[in-house]
Design a protein around this ligand. Structure first.
Ligand SMILES: Nc1ncnc2c1ncn2[C@@H]1O[C@H](COP(=O)(O)OP(=O)(O)OP(=O)(O)O)[C@@H](O)[C@H]1O
Length: 261
């Protein structure tokens, strides 16, 4: 793992990307770029720094694990990268996707830790929902929802309500719902956090195999064995992005450590 030089309060991490993309194509534009981005919260007159200034890029094809203990700032960073929150300082941009306020619905998707499905809706309706909200015809959206459930080996559960699913099944439905719009940036916040190790490994298999090759995944986890399944590991502690390691995409033999301040 490369240590990344730090200047004052600023942690800089440059991610060169691990996907197969040519520097001369628009595919090479970063999906999200953070420059000196920080986040502080005021709690009862006290200022909490959830994220110290960080500089980074996420590129098409990246498979990045944000690895850190509880409270290290992983969720804060994911929310910023997805445009769910605004930084206290620094700038965020989405060069390949458009500006924050015009991100096309469906280009950025989240998978949360647990219990994120809509309770009154069936598994199929939950998966179809992002398409329906984006204005797609109901029947076409439901058909696409069923295709994703089939792809994730969940078709027999299409009519089940979330409360009738196991934790692992519910998380696979959440993955299908995140991927149904074919997002280019998938942000997953401890998606395996409440699953046993076998179910967690299966969920990760499903997520990695269902991602479009050019899509990027940034996944928060406190579990080193989960992080090791991804191509890059960015280590976080106490609100700081400390270091990164990048290897060749899994399944390839070349190893390439990248990291510059
Ligand atoms: N909305 C908020 N208001 C106040 N403090 C917050 C808020 N969100 C996060 N924090 C604080 O910022 C720090 C980082 O929190 P964050 O949730 O990003 O960590 P995390 O690594 O994702 O932790 P976990 O794995 O437990 O979810 C923590 O000290 C947390 O209490």
């Amino acid at each position: 793992m490369n240590d990344v030089a730090r200047t004052d309060q600023t942690t800089q991490v440059s991610q060169a990307g691990t996907g197969n993309h040519s520097a001369s194509t628009t595919l090479d534009l970063a999906l999200v770029e953070a420059r000196g981005v920080s986040r502080t919260f005021q709690v009862g007159g006290q200022q909490i720094t959830a994220l110290h200034p960080a500089t980074l890029q996420v590129r098409p094809g990246d498979r990045i694990a944000l690895l850190g203990a509880s409270g290290s700032g992983k969720s804060t960073l994911l929310h910023l990268l997805g445009g769910l929150d605004t930084p206290s300082s620094g700038t965020l941009s989405w060069p390949a996707l458009g500006e924050a306020n015009s991100l096309r619905p469906g280009q950025v998707a989240f998978v949360f830790q647990a219990q994120s499905l809509m309770p009154p809706l069936s598994a199929q309706e939950n998966v179809a929902l992002p398409l329906i909200l984006a204005g797609q015809d109901y029947h076409a959206a439901m058909a696409e929802g069923l295709r994703w459930l089939e792809r994730l080996e969940l078709a027999p559960l299409a009519a089940q309500l979330p409360e009738e699913l196991s934790g692992g099944q519910a998380q696979r439905v959440a993955v299908a719902r995140a991927l149904v719009t074919r997002p280019r940036l998938v942000l997953a916040d401890e998606p395996t956090g409440q699953l046993d190790s076998v179910t967690a490994a299966h969920l990760l298999d499903v997520l990695l195999s269902a991602l479009e090759p050019g899509a990027a995944l940034v996944m928060a986890t406190h579990d080193r064995s989960v992080a090791a399944r991804l191509d890059s590991v960015w280590q976080m502690a106490d609100g700081r992005l400390l270091s990164m390691s990048t290897s060749a995409p899994k399944g390839q033999s070349n190893s390439d450590q990248r990291g510059t301040a």
